[in-house]
Design a protein around this ligand. Structure first.
Ligand SMILES: *Cc1c(COP(=O)(O)O)cnc(C)c1O
Length: 401
């Protein structure tokens, strides 16, 4: 499966610097994202490696307890990645064959794939052009007698309107599985995403605001759902005694390792600082570009935005170059540009096979064509933003029709 980090620039990122960078060879290549792992965490990981207990153990318990505290005391269960978290959340919510789940047409493809994997049908709804979030004005029209759940995405960490989401879900008796993969630390009207709501899933992929290398978690769930989640992540097995187990159903395996959990504990201690830095960097983009930006800026949100990504749209109809050429010209200037995501989900082969067609969700389709992700990660300097803004403006000026 293609990971969200997969772009043509990964090679450049690995090389670390580009000899052809205009600022000269001494300016390091600026990737669009990079995790920050401190020395204390690296030491902690070394200790776990020496301890002899590498798979799920005391550190997973500690991470789940720390996350639970972070989310206001709600229960937390970790998984090997958020793709598993989302799939397990659907399963314990009883979503399966014959059911429909409403979800945005623009997201990372995992959001829709998990719906298909449990046997249900994803019913796409268009997103706001600037918010990238599901358009609640169109959600109720998509509800049918087969609808069982809504799976919204807090895209780039901008929370959806939680009041409208849960009002619609309540009116139609639907479960909500929040794809909060990008939203750790985001707040809606001062309340942390995950600290309220139904089943809320976070990702700890290296591109996300908090990483465990690979990892994810589900916040929420009844006591019965929590024991189901534990079965889903470990072979459907329940241990009855030291020498006695039962297997209740044929589940797979998706438990987090203790090494990964130790990385997460180190990250969680820095999360608020990381996110504060991301907000400063995003504010710098907005202040430098003001009202006459050469790109279409994303919705700004408020102080509750965790700025997982800074992804404006390119004015392609006014340019002589393609998005790929823009990415290449930025790389020549030593700047990494990502694409999240290069296509609306319904246009992928797997979803056209379900009957979806071009033209159904114009905003999602346009975002897929025009979006670019500019550098934003906690280790960046404000001057790096200046450099990105200057290079972007320069490339676009040179490419104007
Ligand atoms: C990253 C991401 C996922 C998948 O997370 P993994 O931990 O890589 O499985 C799902 N949905 C969205 C919106 C994401 O950004």
């Amino acid at each position: 499966m293609t990971k969200p980090s997969g772009t043509i620039l990964d090679g450049a990122k690995r090389r670390g610097r580009r000899p052809e960078a205009q600022d000269g060879p001494s300016t390091p290549f600026l990737p669009f994202t990079r995790p920050t792992i401190d020395e204390e965490t690296i030491q902690g990981v070394a200790e776990v490696l020496r301890s002899g207990w590498l798979a799920s153990g005391p550190n997973v318990k500690k991470l789940e307890a720390a996350l639970s505290e972070y989310f206001g005391g709600r229960p937390v269960r970790t998984q090997m990645h958020a793709t598993a978290s989302l799939e397990h959340a659907l399963l314990v919510a009883g979503i399966g064959p014959g059911h429909e789940v409403i979800t945005p047409a623009m997201s990372f493809v995992a959001t829709a794939n998990v719906i298909v994997r449990v046997g249900a049908r994803p019913v796409f709804v268009d997103v706001g052009l600037d918010s990238r979030n599901i358009d609640f004005d169109r959600v109720e029209a998509a509800i049918t007698p087969r609808t069982r759940a809504i799976m919204p995405v807090h895209f780039a960490g901008l929370p959806v309107d939680m009041e409208r989401l849960y009002a619609i879900a309540g009116r139609h008796r639907l479960r909500v599985i929040e794809d909060a993969a990008q939203a750790i630390g985001s707040c809606w009207r001062g309340r942390r995403i995950g600290s309220f709501g139904d089943l809320v899933c976070f990702s700890f992929h290296p591109n996300k605001n908090l990483t465990t290398i690979e990892g994810g978690c589900i916040v929420g769930g009844s006591p019965q759902e929590l024991s189901q989640l534990e079965l889903h992540r470990f072979h459907g097995q329940s241990k009855l005694a030291a020498d006695e187990v039962d297997t209740l159903f044929a589940a797979g395996k998706a438990n987090l390792s203790d090494v990964a959990a130790r990385v997460g504990l180190g990250q969680l201690a820095s999360l608020e600082r990381f996110n504060a830095r991301r907000r400063e960097l995003a504010a710098r983009y907005f202040s430098l570009w003001g009202h006459d930006a050469p790109v279409r800026l994303p919705a700004r949100g408020d102080e509750g935005h965790n700025w997982h990504m800074f992804a404006p749209l390119l004015p392609l109809e006014r340019l002589r170059i393609s998005r790929l050429q823009f990415i290449e010209q930025m790389a020549e200037r030593g700047i990494g540009v990502g694409v999240h995501y290069a296509s609306a989900i319904h246009l992928f082969t797997a979803y056209r096979a379900l009957g979806y067609r071009e033209g159904q969700f114009p905003n999602a389709e346009r975002i897929g064509r025009e979006t670019v992700t500019l550098p934003l990660f906690p280790a960046m300097e404000l001057s790096d933003v200046d450099r990105v803004v200057e290079a972007t403006t320069d490339v676009l000026k040179g490419a104007a029709k």
